[in-house]
Ligand binder design. Structure first.
Ligand code: PRP
Ligand code: URA
Length: 208
């Protein structure tokens, strides 16, 4: 699928190993997740448009560039919160919206419980942040919701994507680019990604 970008980087491979390791402490887990998020932000940065400006160096006037669009980061609560700080350091002018999305662990259906975003989503580049793309139910629901609220230029950033979630998102939102640090093998019968890292929210926030 041409809209799937799997980011190849040795630093990602090393940090995914920390994330997968069940013995990794929460603070190390958060740091590894943040480091990968920096790399994802740099890759997604290639999607942004710029306008030309001028800048005075100490020696002369030259061409500079400004990001042309309003950028809106949308972390999917809870686990997506862990990606925000890296993205906002890379794109400091970004605004931040939040979507609360919870997967029912019996039915695996996603339920929206919170939604607050900046205005003018229709004129923004919207970058959705969620470390895990498993069945794709949550991500699909997020993009349904964002489109209903005017968004028309969206990107999805995750750390681990399962083939099932990639296929669902491609079927329902084929125009949305998906950036991931890795594509894993499959889901288990409970909808967890294999080999995966377990529950990203619980491992980030220590609620296991
Ligand atoms: C996790 C993850 C995604 C979702 C992925 O969130 O952060 O949002 O599951 O699964 P899906 O692709 O099958 O929908 P979860 O519902 O566990 O909530 P949490 O972040 O609050 O732990
Ligand atoms: N959500 C997670 O946090 N982990 C998975 O493996 C699947 C969904």
């Amino acid at each position: 699928m041409s809209n799937l970008h799997i980011i190849e980087n040795p630093l990602i491979k090393r940090d995914l190993t920390y994330l997968r390791d069940k013995n990794t402490k929460e603070y190390q887990f958060r740091l590894a997740l943040k480091r990968i998020s920096f790399i994802l932000a740099a890759e997604i940065g290639k999607e942004l448009s710029v306008t030309e400006t001028t800048v005075e160096t100490p020696l002369e006037t030259t061409t500079g560039y400004k990001i042309a669009q309003q950028i809106v980061l949308i972390p999917v609560l809870r686990a997506g919160l862990s990606m925000v700080s890296a993205f906002i350091e890379m794109i400091p002018q970004a605004k931040v919206g939040h979507i609360g999305m919870e997967r029912d662990e019996e039915t695996l259906k996603a339920r929206t419980y919170y939604f607050k975003t900046p205005k003018n989503l229709d004129q923004s580049k919207v970058i959705v942040l969620d470390p895990m793309l498993a069945t794709g139910g949550s991500a699909t629901a997020v993009f349904n919701f964002l489109k209903e609220n005017g968004a028309n230029d969206c990107v999805f950033a995750c750390l681990i994507a399962a083939p099932e979630g990639i296929a669902k998102l491609a079927a329902e939102h084929p125009e949305i680019p998906v950036y991931t640090a890795v594509k894993d093998r499959q889901l288990n019968e409970r909808g967890y990604i294999l080999p995966g890292l377990g529950d990203a929210g619980d491992r980030t926030f220590g609620t296991l």
